[in-house]
Design a protein around this ligand. Structure first.
Ligand code: HEC
Ligand code: HEC
Ligand code: HEC
Length: 238
């Protein structure tokens, strides 16, 4: 009897996960690799929570008003701060700017041998008169991003709180098994060759598409691949 119940529960979990999101679906067959686990443990030992400065007298130059919060939060922001990018000092302002209209998964979710479609996804509740749309991956008509108030996210957040460092390392690896660290290169979206996004289907008009695909700033960034390469403003004009 017990095994039967377990089977039914397993079936329900697997089945509902499948109907829910490709991201959750991809986590099912995960088993950690020893070397990766060691690396993740080291990361977690060194991990420091981000503390945002409050009451800074001079507000940030580019951002006079704080971002409007959306009704729904991305699952990723359970652990990652918003804005999420800190490490790459050159690109982080641009990456953080994009995070306001492009979901994390658009740049970071890469399942093997599965092609995704990219569409706008509303991060506000249906009842809210105002929309907060972000470009997100879809698979088989279903959006991939998981929201923080989904059952999966709540359970993950709760168990994370009570885990040992080793358990956290394993869960960290599992949650990131289909997440690519490098994100997506600027030119994957800002070029007129082999594009990740179908800008036309997303509703951009001809003029906007030409502007985005020929934009000087992503082109400028694409010339700098090495960390120690010097940036020269004159390169903007090339
Ligand atoms: C339960 C907590 C948790 C959740 C949820 C989570 N992350 Fe992470 N993530 C971490 C930790 C811990 C690290 C290690 C680096 C650090 O110390 O910040 C990390 C690192 C990363 C990195 C850097 C590369 C790497 O693997 O170390 C990327 C990129 C990333 N996360 C993206 C995401 C995205 C996208 C999502 C949502 C789909 C997500 N994360 C959800 C905890 C989490
Ligand atoms: C426009 C694409 C894009 C979007 C949207 C995006 N990222 Fe990234 N992300 C990148 C790229 C590119 C990198 C690698 C930067 C580098 O070269 O070091 C990166 C790196 C990271 C890292 C590594 C550590 C760091 O401080 O930079 C984390 C963590 C991360 N992203 C989390 C997220 C989360 C969480 C979201 C959603 C809230 C998100 N990203 C949205 C492109 C993106
Ligand atoms: C996943 C696709 C994607 C990636 C990767 C991406 N962008 Fe964008 N970017 C967009 C889209 C879509 C817009 C237009 C948003 C809108 O107007 O609603 C945009 C807008 C911009 C704009 C504003 C253009 C204008 O004049 O209005 C700049 C500048 C820009 N991106 C630079 C960058 C840089 C630099 C990188 C790499 C660090 C990058 N982008 C990576 C999709 C992307």
């Amino acid at each position: 009897m017990k095994t039967l119940i377990e089977l039914v529960v397993l079936f329900l979990v697997v089945f509902s996960a499948q109907a829910e999101s490709l991201y959750i679906d991809q986590l099912r067959d995960f088993s950690p690799d020893k070397k990766e686990l060691k690396q993740a443990l080291k990361q977690l030992e060194e991990h420091e929570a981000v503390v945002l400065k409050k009451g800074v007298f001079v507000g940030s130059f580019h951002k006079q008003k704080p971002d409007k919060a959306t009704d729904k939060k991305a699952f990723c922001t359970t652990c990652h701060s918003l804005p999420p990018h800190r490490q790459n000092e050159r690109k982080r302002s641009f990456l953080n700017m994009h995070s306001r209209y492009i979901s994390c998964e658009t740049c970071h979710f890469r399942p093997e041998n599965i092609s995704l479609e990219y569409r706008w996804l509303n991060f506000n509740d249906a009842a809210n008169g105002e929309e907060a749309k972000r470009i997100a991956p879809f698979y088989a008509g279903q959006f991939v991003p998981v929201f923080a108030d989904d059952e999966f996210s709540k359970q993950t957040a709760q168990s994370w709180e009570n885990m040992s460092l080793l358990e956290k390392s394993e869960l960290k690896l599992k949650l990131h098994s289909s997440i690519n660290k490098e994100g997506t290169k600027c030119l994957a979206c800002h070029d007129n060759k082999k594009q990740l996004l179908d800008l036309k289907a997303l509703g951009f008009d001809k003029k906007e598409i030409v502007k985005l695909q020929k934009h000087a700033i992503p082109r400028f960034f694409s010339r700098f691949n090495k960390e120690d390469q010097r940036l020269r403003m004159s390169d903007l004009l090339r």
